[in-house]
Ligand binder design. Sequence first.
Ligand SMILES: [Zn+2]
Length: 318
Amino acid sequence: MLTKVALVKGPELLKYSFPAPHPMNSRRIESFYKRIEMLSREVLDALEIVTPKAATTEEIALFHDPSYIEFVKKKSAEGRGYLDLGDTPSFPGIFEAACYVVGSTLELCRTILSRGIKRGFNPMGGLHHARRSSASGFCVFNDAAVAIVYLLKVAGLETVAYVDIDAHHGDGVCYEFYDDKRVVFADIHQDGRTLYPGTGFRHERGRGEGEGLKLNIPLPPGSGDEEFRAAMLEIKGFLMEHDLDFILFQCGADGVVGDPITNLSYTAASHRFAAEVLCDVANKKCGGRMLAMGGGGYNPENTAEAWTSVVKAFIEKP
Ligand SMILES: [Zn+2]
């Protein structure tokens, strides 16, 4: 018995593409869509294709400062320069492209909350470095953070779990909800002493009402499937201690060996394992409701394989 999975698919997601030679470009998404088409007919039939949708300014403002949204609009019209100190270039239409990323993640939230499909995947989502008032690390609008506020404020859920396995620490989500007890955060990443953004240490466990609700697991460069597996089981134990209403899963593929900008050594088996563990937790804790976002991954072939293994696990797990 296969599980229905909602997949965001459409040319609008390819617009979030920085000019060559920037590693964040549409080849990653194209490569993934091609790879998905190679799955068996039976597995493909379990996919419900969701068309990308642009978020409104009001939706983006659930998380982002209105003045920052205006700044992105202006830089998008100019189409040059940088949105941050040098990692995130502007290009004509970057505002609209970023709106499609956020809107597509929100569309999956709505699909999962209302339409009886418990799992979804937005390959272009998971832009976890963007802060309330600034772009950072290739990320303009933080779709995951907007989704968290949407789920809590608009949908009225009480607790959202955010799990991030991207090679980079999900600082934009971690620190913007650091004292929020409604956000249970867990993140496996390459040690911040050796990789951007230089954060996410073990002692960072949240603050105030959020104390103890953030779990950061840094791994040394070169860590592979074995280290990943142990970290993922620690996250499972951590999540099982809490009541959860929804799981957001940033499944960045830049920890797969051969990525041009990081130094981890996972295979796609780690992504499959993480997806299976989280399906299990979601089934036990929140009626199975889980939304995955692609995140990083700068070797297009490896990224396609890792994301496809997540989608396959979502379909094959009850
Ligand atoms: Zn990354």
